[in-house]
Design a protein around this ligand. Structure first.
Ligand SMILES: NC(=O)c1ccc[n+]([C@@H]2O[C@H](COP(=O)([O-])OP(=O)(O)OC[C@H]3O[C@@H](n4cnc5c(N)ncnc54)[C@H](OP(=O)(O)O)[C@@H]3O)[C@@H](O)[C@H]2O)c1
Length: 346
């Protein structure tokens, strides 16, 4: 029998954590034990079929082989290094470690080889970057990429459970002629609105951190700092699945027909592209699937080396939980689940 691991899921009561628990079981990850962790608020609560939620303490984090984190940047900042120190390999969903030089930023179909040199912490990319690079990789390999112009239409589940409740509560109130509750998750009402403000503005920056992530993470994952990226990230009143309009300016000539062929053959991509029949990727259809859906593939009439496309994926699945579990699978297949010292000595 192959190796079986003791796995911690940190943020197990959240949207992404709940899905990671499901996917570990669904995809039959070789776990001999899965232990759920969350905040003090949830400690002691039972997750059916999994076990009692634990709080993070120096004692409770000992003895794990693998830890999948989705509990926000500050929890990862504090606890991911402690898990790694205690011998676990950490796969982290937050933005805390993504741009650190010694932390691989990995999309399973795109750059799995980057895992070979991990030092105990591996980062899962931002959801909007993740789905985009799965679709860009085959085009990048065939023709190079000079510049990307991206507009996102991001679902509220990307902000967390509270934002989903906020959209539903505001919509309910407005549909019943009541005053909507004051916005908490966003600066403005999200129901029946579009906010050109996905993420937050750091002091002095005219781009949101979400837009900066698209720039930096895309270059890191594709390993090409020369790619120019222009991004506008918009939050829309969609519960789940992000949509993106992406203009891809290639280095070499690439026809839309060839791009479609490449995308049809690409792992993790489903082409849905018959616009005259109203067939194209939709957030409602992508939700619940692990694939990245691409359609509206066409020549940009404004540039002979640019292609436009529409990319949609479930931000909680491929954008977060699925990729984290796929990374765990690659780590297992390649014998990379071992503490840093042990791997160096092996
Ligand atoms: N949503 C997305 O599309 C998406 C995509 C990519 C990455 N991510 C990242 O994944 C993470 C979680 O997102 P989510 O949508 O699942 O959020 P969520 O539904 O709000 O869940 C947050 C989880 O973190 C736990 N948590 C909060 N503070 C904690 C603490 N101090 N110690 C331990 N656990 C703590 C919560 O536990 P309690 O239930 O006890 O509060 C809960 O389990 C975030 O870092 C987010 O940036 C999300």
């Amino acid at each position: 029998m192959g190796r079986e691991y003791r796995v911690a899921v940190v943020g197990a009561t959240g949207q992404v954590g709940t899905l990671m628990l499901e996917l570990l079981r669904e995809r039959k990850f070789p776990a001999r034990e899965i232990v759920p962790f969350a905040s003090e608020r949830s400690a002691g609560r039972e997750i059916e079929g999994v076990g009692i939620v634990r709080a993070l303490t120096e004692e409770s984090i000992q003895g794990f082989d693998l830890a999948l984190f989705s509990a926000g940047g500050s929890t990862s900042g504090e606890w991911a290094p402690r898990f790694a120190q205690a011998g676990a390999v950490v796969v982290d969903n937050s933005s805390r470690w993504r741009m650190s030089e010694d932390v691989p930023l990995v999309v399973a179909e795109v750059n799995p080889d980057a895992l070979a040199h991990h030092s105990g912490i591996i980062a899962n990319p931002n959801c909007s970057t993740m789905q985009m690079v799965v679709a860009l990789k085959p085009l990048y390999d065939a023709a190079g990429i000079e510049r990307l112009v991206i507009s996102t239409y991001q679902a509220v589940s990307g902000t967390g459970k509270k934002a989903v409740d906020e959209l539903l509560d505001q919509s309910h109130a407005l549909l019943h002629d009541m005053d909507p509750p004051e916005p908490q998750a966003y600066a403005h009402q999200i129901a029946f609105n579009a906010l050109p403000h996905a993420g937050s503005f750091a002091p002095g920056d005219d781009h949101t951190d979400e837009e900066r992530k698209l720039m930096g993470e895309t270059r890191k994952i594709l390993g090409d700092d020369s790619i120019r990226v222009s991004a506008t990230c918009v939050r829309v009143p969609v519960v789940n699945s992000h949509s993106e309009a992406v203009n891809v300016q290639t280095r070499d000539h690439l026809s839309p027909e060839r791009a479609r062929e490449l995308l049809e053959a690409a792992p993790g991509v489903t082409v849905v592209d018959d616009p005259s029949q109203a067939v194209y990727p939709l957030a409602t259809k992508a939700s619940g699937s692990d694939d990245v859906f691409v359609g509206r593939i066409r020549r940009d009439p404004g540039h002979e080396r640019a292609i436009d496309m529409w990319i949609v994926a479930d931000n909680l699945r491929k954008g977060a939980a699925t990729n984290a579990v796929q990374i765990a699978e690659v780590l297992h297949e390649r014998g990379l689940i071992a503490p840093r010292g042990a791997r160096a000595a092996a």
